[in-house]
Design a protein. Structure first.
Length: 324
């Protein structure tokens, strides 16, 4: 691959603005004739971003104007392209692509969530399918109890915001969680595990029942699909991951698919609450902060009959609550 100077902030901003305004009329870059997709992607990565912008713009917003091979090349090059655009701003490829799709840069959520990256919004008509996008609404060859690839929930109608959380340490390059939240679900705690989602293609998402099945070329950068769903890469890849929900007005108002976390039931998307002093007679709920005279301040991560599990700095402890 040809080495070239990194893209400057000014240049990246100019190219992002062009995509936001849907200006990509220039000629397509020369495409490689190599057989291997890795060689064709390497070729595009060696070109200047302004040369490849018309290809990416047309692939995203005028795909019918491209030959199938050009669409495939653009899809495989997409993460590198948007990653380089985002680097001068400290943004990921998925964040820049989300802003371009929404025609607003920078893209700011209605309510920011610390530690999470915002990827835009989608519409829900009342039923959401949580699934590996490559198996969306397809029959599984295995029983759902063993490896369920899809799970449906009745959800609030309207706009849902999409957030992702990155892993830490060795998992910093992995997505640790996908969270989707309705406007009425901001303060809802999604700590009830209702299913375990099987992943067979290294990704999982949440899709409105009317969302078309995403094409393979749409699944190279995490984010919103067709304005009717969203997906993320599944942490460590294929496997089984817990799905947590929280309800408001009798329907699901928040969903979380947790890929990497020691305590997946803990909902970090909930706005901080004032802590309450622990007393055996007090009743606590998941997400509450508790001040204990011996263990310090902790967060309730699980509420059982007469007992709560609280994560303190040194350990997770089980305490009694609600005893009269």
């Amino acid at each position: 691959m040809t080495r070239r100077a990194p893209t400057t902030r000014a240049e990246a901003g100019r190219l992002i603005e062009a995509l936001v305004e849907r200006r990509f009329d220039g000629p397509l870059p020369p495409l490689s004739t190599a057989v291997l997709i890795v060689e064709r992607t390497s070729h595009l990565c060696g070109l200047a971003l302004d040369e490849t912008l018309p290809l990416q713009g047309r692939a995203l917003f005028a795909s019918g104007s491209l030959e199938p091979r050009a669409r495939e090349d653009a899809a495989w090059h997409r993460e590198a392209f948007f990653g380089e655009l985002g680097a001068p701003f400290g943004l990921s490829a998925r964040a820049v692509l989300a802003a371009v799709r929404a025609r607003k840069f920078p893209l700011v959520p209605p309510r920011p969530i610390g530690g999470y990256e915002y990827l835009g919004a989608f519409r829900c008509s009342g039923v959401l399918d949580v699934a590996d996008p490559c198996h969306l609404r397809k029959p599984s060859r295995m029983p759902a109890s063993i490896f369920g690839l899809s799970f449906a929930v009745e959800a609030l109608v309207g706009s849902w915001q999409v957030f992702v959380r990155a892993g830490v340490g060795e998992d910093a390059d992995c997505t640790a969680e996908l969270a989707v939240i309705h406007a009425d679900g901001v303060n809802v705690v999604a700590a009830e595990q209702v299913a375990t989602i099987g992943v067979d293609a290294g990704m999982a998402g949440v899709f409105d029942r009317t969302c078309p099945e995403p094409a393979q070329t749409e699944l190279h950068v995490e984010g919103v699909v067709h304005g009717l769903g969203a997906f993320a890469f599944s942490g460590h890849g294929d496997g089984r991951y817990p799905l947590f929900v929280g309800k408001a007005l009798g329907r699901v108002a928040k969903l979380r698919i947790v890929f990497i976390d020691e305590h997946p039931e803990r909902d970090a998307t909930v706005p901080p609450r004032a802590s309450r002093r622990y007393a055996i007679s007090e009743v606590f709920a998941v997400g509450d902060f508790v001040e204990h005279p011996k263990f310090g301040t902790g967060s309730v991560i699980r509420a059982l009959d007469g007992k709560i599990e609280i994560e303190f700095d040194d350990a997770v402890r089980t305490l009694i609550h609600g005893k009269r």
